[in-house]
Design a protein around this ligand. Structure first.
Ligand code: ADP
Length: 509
């Protein structure tokens, strides 16, 4: 190395060291200030997980009397109230009380209210958090919130821990790119597995979409008790209207029964809104009481605000009543078809009504005769509309699709068509002659028509019963098995005596 170069380097590094010495404290200060600033910014956007965020109240303020029209659901939940009020009684008996209860049903049907009422009635603490607030932008924060919520509940047992909008974290795992939701859900499962059924804590959750939830959530020891909270029927709507008008001055002319009849399809939340709107209308008109006209005006406003939701017109209600009565009556008339447990014209999901058939015993194999009977039941809705109104609506499209599918299977798969040869060639075999194809289609049609004629005959022969069931549905919106049995036996449906004859009118079709 050149001797001069060593001197240059020596001088250079001295200067550098000097400069560093002079500026280092300043640099460090700026760096620390920057760090503090960034941390403050992060803390500002970071959702706080302080205990006060978790809503807890010794008395949640909502009692059974504030919730109307969901009697069956309340009955199911009374058991939880009993347990939380006196856990020792159950523990000494070795009884296992559900750890997790999932309330599911359309929004606004009173799920949150029910959870609050369980806490209130049993004197338990109420901890509530919406699952959507668990899913945060910082990975791991949702899981931390879940841990905190459970910890709080444990420290304040007896407690109801309520998770609203469970769908936000509970939908099937694997569909979340960031993994944050999955991590949160896993933490929820861990916490639910981690506490004992004897701990005087009951986890309740609300969901609008039970079918989309991760099946792991519904396993035993987690949300193994699922309670449906239905939209209210006619009587339920009237009771809800009574609850929401009990501290409002009403004029003499108000008929809440009439309001209830015109609000088919509305939930408890909609009805609460309706009552409030009616009070506002009365206030605007400078009246000191609410008149029927206020309800009529409020109804228009509330319905207009519901754009996407269906409010059923009177005519539609009649069509649905005869449609469902048709299904129910033909089911009852045919001994091969399962009993009708319930018929309803309260809209539920996309359906405007439904007839619930429940088997008395498990049946696996069906004969041609049984399949045709089942098709008669499916077609009976459409046939009843035809008989009563002289035309059919689009409401039967689902039933028709099912009938066609069954008739096709009968011809193509089960060899139940008129010519046995037709099922020997697969449906999608292109070598099948055009003639054969036509023959099969004719057979499918013949079977469907046979069922249609059968349904038509049954309903025409028992027109009085059809009208009676439909009218009953129009009056009450829901009819139960014992009422159907009474109608079939020719007794008044309100007569609670046990039936002597269940299918007296069966005509052996
Ligand atoms: P969900 O949790 O099912 O969405 P909420 O319990 O939050 O419904 O109900 C919202 C509001 O609607 C309640 O605060 C109450 O005013 C009203 N409401 C809903 N269902 C009922 C009911 N069955 N009885 C009385 N009020 C109801």
């Amino acid at each position: 190395m050149h001797p001069g170069m060593a001197a240059v380097i020596a001088i250079g590094s001295d200067e550098i060291l000097d400069t560093v010495d002079r500026w280092l404290p300043l640099f460090s200060l700026v760096f620390i200030a920057l760090l503090v600033y960034v941390m403050f910014r992060m803390l500002a956007v970071m959702p706080r997980t302080k205990p006060q965020e978790i809503k807890a109240s010794k008395r949640s303020g909502v009692g059974w009397e504030d919730i109307a029209g969901v009697e069956a659901t309340k009955d199911e939940l009374r058991e939880v109230v009993d347990f939380l009020s006196d856990p020792r009684r159950f523990k000494t008996l070795g009884a296992k009380v559900p750890k997790g209860i999932l309330l599911h049903g359309p929004p606004g049907t009173g799920k949150t209210m029910l959870a609050k009422a369980v806490a209130h009635e049993s004197g338990a603490n109420f901890f509530s958090q919406s699952a959507s607030s668990f899913v945060e932008m910082f990975a791991g924060l949702g899981a931390a919130r879940i841990r905190r919520l459970f910890k709080e509940a444990r420290e304040h047992a007896p407690a109801i821990l309520f998770i609203d909008e469970l769908d936000a974290v509970g939908t099937a795992r694997g569909s979340d790119v960031s993994g944050e939701r999955d991590q949160t859900l896993n933490q929820l499962l861990v916490e639910m597995d981690g506490f004992e059924a004897s701990e005087s804590i009951v986890v309740m959750a609300a969901s609008n979409m039970l079918e989309k939830l991760d099946p792991a959530l519904l396993r035993p020891g987690r949300f193994d008790r699922q309670v449906f909270v239905p939209p209210p029927d006619l009587r339920g709507r009237e009771q809800i209207l009574a609850v929401h008008t009990r501290d409002k001055p009403l004029s003499q002319d108000i008929d809440l029964g009439r309001v209830a009849r015109h609000t088919s399809g509305l939930t408890g939340a909609d009805l609460a809104n309706l009552c409030n709107e009616a009070a506002i209308q009365a206030g605007r008109n400078n009246r000191s009481f609410i008149a029927q006209s206020d309800f009529d005006n409020a109804f228009e406003r509330v319905v207009a605000g519901l754009q996407s939701r269906k409010v059923i017109t009177d005519h539609e209600k009649r069509v649905v009543a005869w449609h469902e009565a048709g299904h129910a009556l033909v089911s009852e008339l045919l001994p091969t078809v399962d009993n009708v447990q319930k018929v309803s014209i309260v809209p539920r999901g996309k359906a405007l009504g439904y007839t619930l058939n429940l088997p008395e015993e498990d049946r696996y194999l069906k004969s041609r005769h049984e399949l045709i009977d089942y098709m008669k039941v499916l077609l009976a809705g459409r046939v009843a509309e035809q008989i009563r109104f002289g035309r059919v609506t689009t409401g039967a499209s689902d039933d028709l699709a099912k009938v066609t599918a069954i008739a096709r299977s009968m011809v193509y798969e089960y060899g139940m068509g008129t010519s046995i040869r037709s099922h020997q060639v697969p449906a999608n075999d292109w070598n099948v002659s055009e003639m054969m194809r036509q023959r099969r289609d004719e057979e499918v049609n013949e079977i469907a028509e046979e069922a249609y004629r059968g349904a038509h005959r049954l309903l025409s022969d028992h027109r009085d019963l059809l009208d009676e069931i439909a009218n009953r549905l129009l009056d009450d919106e829901v009819i139960e098995r014992y009422e159907i049995v009474a109608i079939m036996a020719g007794r008044s449906a309100s007569d609670p005596r046990p039936p002597a004859v269940v299918r007296s009118a069966a005509d052996g079709e």
